[in-house]
Design a protein around this ligand. Structure first.
Ligand code: AKB
Length: 319
């Protein structure tokens, strides 16, 4: 991996992954691909090249690949689960149509391709505890449908055309840098903002709603390590379960209270997010990722909470 195109570089994952890859690939081009209205700013703009790349336009992807001799594409364009329910046609166009465009460009130009999947690729009939790597995937959200389709299409391109497609199923991602937008797991980011601002947090999910979550530094490392893994060890490609922590609203609130004793949380349920969360696993079994490419998380809930609070305090003070 030397010359990398990140599609969706100004989003929650992209804005941090682009910076990480620029450090990781010195001497290469790490291109921040963005859409109109979401242009890169600040360090993201100043630290490397940026190109307008709309994932629904295959020519734009091909032109950026040619211009910078791209060898690896990170396809991070997607609508998250809750917002996708309000725009299912657009979710399909970006999630599946966009992926098809990336796969075709990768096939024609010999690029490796990373496209994240999600815990949202599972559904109510999936075993909920220690969800296995290979199991039932019958999601009931359009987000999940696009993710399962994406996993299968990516595996097909690997088998049929030899495209080096690889992927992980991300849990809810927690970060103090760029906020998520429209996800079911977003509450686990919002709760830290409320704690640092001294506001009561109104939780949209009920107690006992367990989901896998991960701190962004672990997620970024996973996205890099899977693309650099020894291909001869990989029995799976699209997509690997990865996990680091699973909690419900009560557990994360109690952890925050250890460091912010005045923190208060009440419940104001969001029926759409609750239904989606109820259909997703409580915890994933990530043993295949551990065996096939030595995946290992570094952050648990306690370490993440300390880091989030310190960095959010700094960030909000500067604003
Ligand atoms: C969402 O909540 O939609 C995402 C995800 C788990 O894929 N954070």
């Amino acid at each position: 991996m030397k010359n990398v195109l990140i599609i969706g570089a100004t989003g929650q994952i992209g804005s941090e992954l682009t910076m990480k890859l620029r450090e990781h690939c010195p001497g290469g081009n790490v291109v921040a691909g963005y859409i109109k209205g979401a242009e890169p700013k600040g360090a993201l703009l100043e630290s490397g090249p940026a190109e307008e790349v709309d994932i629904t336009n295959p020519q734009m992807i091909a032109d950026a690949v040619d211009k910078y001799s791209i060898d690896t594409i990170y396809n991070l364009a997607a609508l998250l689960s809750a917002v996708a329910e309000s725009k299912p046609q657009l979710a399909w166009k970006i999630g599946v149509g966009g992926l098809y465009n990336c796969l075709e460009v990768s096939r024609e130009k010999g690029c490796a391709l990373f496209t994240p999947s999600s815990i949202g690729s599972f559904g109510p009939s999936t075993p909920h505890d220690h969800t296995p790597q290979d199991t039932i995937q019958r999601p009931e959200t359009i987000y999940g449908v696009t993710k399962v389709t994406g996993e299968m299409l990516s595996d097909y391109y690997a088998r049929r055309f030899g495209v080096d497609t690889r992927s992980v199923r991300f849990p809810g991602l927690i970060s103090y840098v760029a906020p998520p937008g429209g996800g079911t797991t977003d509450y686990a980011v919002d709760i830290y903002y409320s704690a640092v601002k001294g506001e009561e947090f109104k939780c949209p999910l009920k107690p006992g709603t367990f989901m896998d979550m991960m701190y962004m530094p672990d997620a970024l490392r996973a996205a890099v390590e899977i693309m650099e893994a020894d291909p001869t060890r990989l029995k799976h490609r699209n997509s690997f379960n990865i996990a680091s922590m699973s909690f419900d609203p009560e557990i994360i609130a109690a952890k925050i209270k250890e460091y912010v004793p005045d923190f208060k949380m009440s419940y104001e349920l969001d029926p759409l997010r609750q239904a989606i969360a109820d259909s997703w696993p409580d915890s994933l079994d990530d043993s295949c990722a551990r065996e096939e490419w030595d995946w290992k998380p570094e952050y648990d809930l306690d370490r993440m909470t300390q880091d989030m609070l310190v960095n959010l305090r700094k960030k909000l003070l500067q604003q």
